[in-house]
Design a protein around this ligand. Structure first.
Ligand code: ATP
Length: 380
């Protein structure tokens, strides 16, 4: 792990304890453990690499001052993330890629912002600039009021769960992972263990405290990964694809955990290609395309704007001929046991004419986030 960090990242970036000595999970917890980065499932693609970089960032100078406030006592909405007019271009030979072109984002405590975009839109580059890992060509970032590019203290505000269980050491137990990463983030071993125990309790994983992470279900691994990211009580959680590959039940559990974390005051920047999850979880949505934010609004408001005003009434039985004539007079159209109304004005008149027929369902023509996303991304 250390070799990897040292070879992959600049020399001033590495994993250090308070005494600045590099640590590894093997040496720290289990001297004879056979863990290797590969066997732990660490990967080096896109956002996972970003997670490793965030863990490895030089926060050791600042963690002594890390405040131990319980996030549950932090309900007031305050700006945690402010990013203004970020620009980043990559030059390779004669080719220049304008990866990010003027992205601005704000995120308050307790809020979940879904940051969505097609492949190559500039999400990872934006997040790297937010996390202080890539210096913007232009623009600025503030994390809880601090500039992550100038004040490394800002990095204590961030936790990251990127590609779920890959953020964990598979041959360590959940508690050992929590303790190890807690110490890595500057906590004393005692505090890390205590918080780890609390998290296991909170996540219903107490009975799994002594088994290795690799034997847990994917849903449980994801819950542990989230706890690990929050062990130092950051104010901003970067959460990538939290429910990818999980079954229905595990998805529900993880969604509940994410909502609870936001309710406790942590701001969450959610990236996912699962737009139903984004729709369910987010308070706001920012959609990025070709390096620019093309929409940024409260999720419900955005969906409402793209929703129609027509209604579909489904009856249990098709209406009789007399009712059909009355409905036509009102401008409604019918097909079998379905009645279609263009606007909301006639809805109650139609319902009156239908009395006393049994109604199965009344549905408004409502868009979902997938439709909104596709319209915006394709039309822009
Ligand atoms: P995905 O959803 O596929 O992960 P993304 O929205 O995260 O995509 P970025 O990874 O930010 O997109 O990439 C934005 C653009 O910048 C792409 O065209 C990408 O090829 C380019 N890019 C990203 N990193 C580099 C780099 N280090 N050097 C050169 N080009 C890069």
């Amino acid at each position: 792990m250390l070799c990897r960090f040292n070879s992959a990242y600049p020399p001033n970036i590495g994993c250090y304890t308070e005494s600045r000595q590099p640590i590894s999970p093997n040496r720290y917890l289990k001297p004879n453990c056979e863990s290797t980065p590969q066997s732990e499932g660490f990967a080096t693609d896109g956002l996972t690499r970003l997670a490793l970089e965030i863990w490895a960032a030089p926060i050791h100078q600042t963690l002594h001052h890390c405040d131990n406030r319980d996030t549950t006592s932090h309900p007031a909405r305050m700006p945690i993330l402010e990013a203004q007019n970020l620009h980043k271009s990559y030059r390779q030979g004669k080719t220049t890629t304008n990866a990010v072109r003027g992205v601005s984002l704000t995120l308050n405590s307790g809020e979940i912002l879904a940051f969505l975009g097609p492949n190559g839109a500039g999400k990872t580059t934006s997040i790297k600039m937010i996390a202080g890992l890539v210096r913007p060509d232009d623009g600025w970032v503030k994390l809880d009021g601090l500039d992550p590019h100038k004040q490394s203290r800002a990095l204590k505000s961030i936790g990251a769960v990127l590609e779920g269980n890959r953020n964990l050491y598979w041959r360590l137990t959940p508690l050992e992972n929590l303790e190890y990463f807690g110490v890595l983030r500057g906590l004393s071993r005692k505090v890390a263990r205590q918080r780890g125990e609390e998290w296991l309790q909170r996540l219903g994983l107490v009975d799994k405290r002594n088994v290795t992470v690799q034997t847990l279900s994917r849903g449980m691994q994801q819950k542990v990964a989230i706890a690990v990211a929050l062990i130092h009580r950051p104010k901003l959680l970067l959460l990538d694809e939290p429910t990818l590959g999980l079954d229905v039940e595990a998805t529900q559990t993880v969604k509940t955990v994410v909502r609870e974390i936001a309710a406790s005051g942590c701001a969450i920047l959610l990236t996912t290609h699962q737009l139903d999850i984004a729709e369910d979880l987010s308070d706001r949505v920012a959609i990025i395309r070709q390096g620019q934010v093309i929409a940024e609004q409260p999720t419900r408001e955005l969906i409402r704007q793209f929703s129609g005003t027509s209604y579909n009434i489904e009856l249990e039985e098709p209406p009789d001929a007399e009712t059909l004539i009355r409905l036509e007079h009102l401008g409604a159209t019918t097909k079998d046991n379905h009645i279609f109304i263009r606007g909301s004005e006639q809805l109650y008149d139609v319902l009156e004419k239908l009395r006393p027929l049994a109604i199965q369902e009344i549905k408004k023509d409502t868009a979902d986030l997938t439709e909104v996303f596709l319209k915006l991304v394709q039309d822009a």
